[in-house]
Design a protein around this ligand. Structure first.
Ligand SMILES: Cc1cc2nc3c(=O)[nH]c(=O)nc-3n(C[C@H](O)[C@H](O)[C@H](O)COP(=O)(O)OP(=O)(O)OC[C@H]3O[C@@H](n4cnc5c(N)ncnc54)[C@H](O)[C@@H]3O)c2cc1C
Length: 656
């Protein structure tokens, strides 16, 4: 098929995700859509997926999307005539430790709240549902009757057929080689068969999506990892229609198919792949076996399901899949380029996620806004540095295994740490800080008291479902702030300067609250969209007649900047920029905050001179700063905004 000269949208990538987006755009009446696949549909990662289709995800919104995928795959055969092989054989997850059982119980409670059918079951019930499974060391498990499995290739073909029936063009053997843009928006693609002028580009390029994004100047932080499974030869007497089985404590999942067992693994210390790019001719390919890597999983599996010992291995499969720094996929309009949408990085759940992800992305493109809260997977949570390949290689070696690790509260990643640090990081460390990571920032979450440090104790998390090891330290910090005064580092706060003659008018349009206030006034407000829904939760400080500072959480600064920039009218004299790293922020809060700070600052901090909700320049030590009188501890407090070069000096002045 020839490529058209123009189209409303081009979708790059004919895996399950691209085909789902094509199908859902078609459903919305977008018929002038072209899906381009460089080789053949499913030839990237989709063709070799195991096909596990679960309903329960970590949050309510992600669960909603996974449930939608299931319902869609269930009905596609009737609509398209292509059988998806979807069957509801249920799933069992087995706990071998009390801690895992606690996690399963909590997920069961969550599942019920999300409307997912789930039962807690004991070892004998597990065995009756999965004959031959060794359960004498099992603590218990959960049974999800509506989970199932399907054939990933046929799901994709069914979606593609559905899309074609709705008028979408699917063209195979055409590679997108570049992205065209003008005035900050995507305007077309170049292919190996010529250009196509478009209004929208969708990057559904699977593990190629990072490189495709880079052509457009868009960060798509994902990296391929090797993912292993084996398929046995036929096993005599194997019960047919066995449920999907997960034994996360042994990093293993099992799927029965046509009298054989597929055994897959999510092991710690996984193997990143494709560091120097993915070979040009990659098509329905697999990677070399690595039996030494898989052997520990297989050994435990043979003990768990002894019938495996009698079965030969028909296939040893190793295929690449893309993983992201936080094990959540990447969806939405790129903050760097208007009308350039991304749907990639599916962390081994792309088949079960594609239906829902395709549906919401199509609606997002159609209406201009995300149709529901998609923050879990929103591309704007990603930081530009996260597309760094060395960072990704290090991080994804951990994230694959984290899928089946114990998901303890407060669990921190261990790889690729320390990338973004507050200017006072080392001083906080000297004080006994235990750091956690958000958006690449190292943040002091709690401090080990001096006496314990002197006794040789380390400031480190000891993960537990019960009372945390740092509970007492945190309680002491809390009581200090409640009854006396405390200081905390908030330097990772996102800071956006909005400047220009029209800055006030633009912010008045975006904010729910009135920000046409006198210089030095701080306004707590939300950005609201056309439907009145909350897009951001920020403070806006008027620094001068044509200069405002928007302060937002570290994780949302890109999203909020994107929202502001996307709403500055053409021709308006208004400019927004991320100035997060220009200032450190030290909060001094508690009922004694004034008595503590006043001797260090010549300006009066008295109520009548420094009212709540205002900001003033101050002198402190030998430096200068801007003090904002706000609080979120229910007590008196100031935030000190200090240019980063003076941060250590101000810290030392406060701590002297
Ligand atoms: C061993 C294994 C088991 C898995 N098991 C499961 C499972 O049980 N359940 C589950 O939900 N998920 C599973 N997955 C994950 C799932 O397979 C993936 O998440 C999913 O297939 C990703 O789909 P995709 O469309 O994003 O990527 P892909 O299928 O890789 O599609 C991307 C397509 O883009 C094309 N492309 C790239 N660059 C260009 C270009 N420049 N121009 C045109 N086309 C381009 C590629 O050729 C490719 O076909 C598994 C993965 C692996 C590796």
């Amino acid at each position: 098929m020839d490529i058209p000269a123009k189209a409303r949208a081009v979708i790059i990538g004919g895996g399950v995700v691209g085909c789902s987006i094509a199908y859902h755009l078609g459903k919305l009446g977008w018929t002038d859509v072209v899906l381009l696949e460089r080789k053949q549909l499913t030839c990237g990662t989709t063709w070799h997926a195991a096909g596990l289709i679960a309903q329960l995800r970590a949050t309510q919104n992600m669960t909603r999307l996974a449930k939608y995928s299931q319902e869609l795959y269930f009905g596609l055969e009737e609509e398209t005539g292509v059988a998806t092989g979807f069957k509801r054989n249920g799933s069992i997850t087995v706990a071998l430790t009390d801690e895992r059982m606690e996690e399963l119980r909590r997920s069961a409670a969550m599942a019920r709240a999300f409307g997912v059918e789930i039962d807690e079951i004991g070892p004998s019930d597990i065995q009756s549902r999965y004959p031959g499974l060794k359960v004498d060391d099992a603590v218990g498990g959960v049974w999800l009757p509506k989970d199932g499995q399907a054939d990933p290739v046929n799901i994709t073909q069914a979606l593609a057929k559905g899309a074609r029936n709705l008028g979408v063009k699917i063209i195979q053997g055409v590679k997108v080689t570049d992205i065209h843009q003008a005035d900050g928006r995507a305007t077309g693609v170049m292919t190996d068969q010529g250009p196509i002028e478009v209004d929208y580009v969708v990057n559904a390029g699977g593990m190629w999506a990072r490189e495709i994004g880079a052509k457009a100047g868009v960060a798509v932080p994902l990296h391929a990892c090797e993912h292993f499974y084996i398929v046995t030869e036929g096993i005599d007497g194997l019960t047919s229609n066995l449920p999907v089985l997960r034994v996360p404590d042994e990093c293993a999942y099992y799927k029965e198919d046509a009298g054989k067992i597929l055994l897959g693994a999510f092991e710690p210390n996984s193997k990143p792949w494709g560091m120097n790019g993915i070979p040009e001719d990659f098509e329905f390919d697999s990677l070399p076996e690595d039996f030494d890597h898989f052997e520990p999983i297989l050994e435990r599996a043979v003990e768990r399901l002894p019938v495996l010992a009698e079965a030969g291995i028909q296939t040893f499969f190793n295929g690449p899949e893309s993983f992201t720094p936080d094990d959540r996929y990447i969806l939405g309009e790129a903050p760097e380029l208007k009308n350039f949408f991304v749907a990639a990085g599916f962390n081994s759940v792309g088949i079960q996620s594609a239906g829902g992800a395709g549906m919401v992305l199509a609606e997002w493109m159609d209406s201009g806004n995300a149709p529901m809260d998609l923050w879990d997977v929103d591309i704007r949570r990603m930081q530009p540095f996260q597309a760094n390949r060395s960072y990704l290689k290090s991080r994804v070696s951990e994230t694959l295994g984290l899928l089946y690790a114990d998901h303890f509260p407060y669990r921190q990643v261990e790889t690729a740490r320390g990338v973004r640090q507050s200017p006072i990081h080392d001083r906080l460390k000297d004080q006994g800080a235990c750091f956690g990571e958000v958006s690449g920032w190292e943040r002091a979450n709690w401090f080990l008291p001096k006496a314990e440090q002197d006794a040789g104790k380390q400031a480190a998390y000891e993960y537990s479902w019960k009372r945390q090891n740092w509970f007492g330290y945190s309680a002491d910090e809390h009581n200090s702030v409640r009854n006396n005064v405390g200081m905390f580092d908030l330097s990772s706060f996102g800071k956006i300067r909005v400047v220009g003659k029209d800055a006030e008018a633009v912010l008045q349009m975006l904010c729910g609250n009135d920000v046409a206030v006198p210089d030095g006034k701080i306004v707590y407000t939300q950005f609201l969209n056309e439907a009145g829904h909350i897009e951001a939760d920020v403070t806006v400080t008027r620094l001068s007649s044509d200069e405002f500072l928007v302060v937002t959480p570290a994780a949302t600064v890109r999203r909020d900047l994107h929202w502001i920039n996307g709403h500055i009218p053409d021709g308006a004299h208004c400019f927004a920029m991320d100035v997060t790293v220009s200032e450190a922020v030290m909060a001094v809060m508690g009922p004694e905050a004034r008595d503590f700070l006043q001797p260090l600052i010549p300006q009066s901090l008295a109520n009548e001179d420094f009212a709540f909700g205002t900001a003033q320049p101050i002198e402190i030590g030998h430096g200068i700063a801007r003090a904002h009188r706000v609080t979120y501890v229910g007590e008196l407090g100031w935030e000190l905004y200090v240019s980063t070069d003076m941060a250590n000096h101000v810290f030392d002045t406060l701590m002297a």
